[in-house]
Design a protein around this ligand. Structure first.
Ligand code: NAP
Length: 132
């Protein structure tokens, strides 16, 4: 049975991922700062991953708090999420993890945007893809 580590496994998304995988019989290990793993710290995360030796890491860890919180603390949120993404990819690679599923934090759109988005029709998408 492949071992799976869920980073941020105590959070809303991570907790549901852990529960779903456990229901399906996978050996899952959840980690986050409350279990002693700060994923911004490469040494700490690498040591943990080497010890557990998972086949798959699913990253659900993020610094999130909603749109109002993002507006209040934009720099901290941005820096933390950049650092989390960077460190997790490096630590997973250096620890020999075979597969990393990296869920990117959302709420990165601007507060005001003067842009009308018109999703292309399927036939337009195909034409665009063929022209690339
Ligand atoms: N909730 C939604 O409706 C929703 C919708 C779309 C996308 N998402 C995306 O899903 C992801 C997770 O969101 P969520 O709602 O599950 O957030 P959440 O409930 O706040 O969970 C965040 C998780 O990340 C962990 N974490 C934070 N900083 C960490 C660090 N430095 N090192 C290790 N673990 C850390 C937290 O645990 P500790 O505090 O113990 O470290 C917690 O387990 C985000 O990328 C978010 O953008 C969420």
């Amino acid at each position: 049975m492949k071992k799976i580590v869920v980073l941020g496994g105590s959070g809303f998304l991570g907790g549901n991922v852990v529960a779903t995988l456990q229901k399906r019989g996978y050996a899952v290990q959840a980690c986050s700062r409350r279990t002693g793993v700060d994923a911004r710290d490469e040494q700490c995360l690498s040591a943990y991953l080497k010890q557990i030796n998972p086949a798959i890491v699913i990253n659900c860890a993020a610094h999130v708090g909603g749109i109002a919180y993002n507006a209040q603390c934009p720099v901290t949120v941005f820096e933390d999420n950049l650092l989390l993404g960077y460190t997790i990819v490096r630590a997973a690679y250096r620890s020999g993890v075979g597969k990393l599923v990296n869920i990117m934090p959302n709420c990165t759109y601007p507060g005001e945007m003067d842009l009308q988005l018109h999703p292309p029709s399927p036939s337009e998408s195909i034409r665009t893809a063929r022209s690339l």
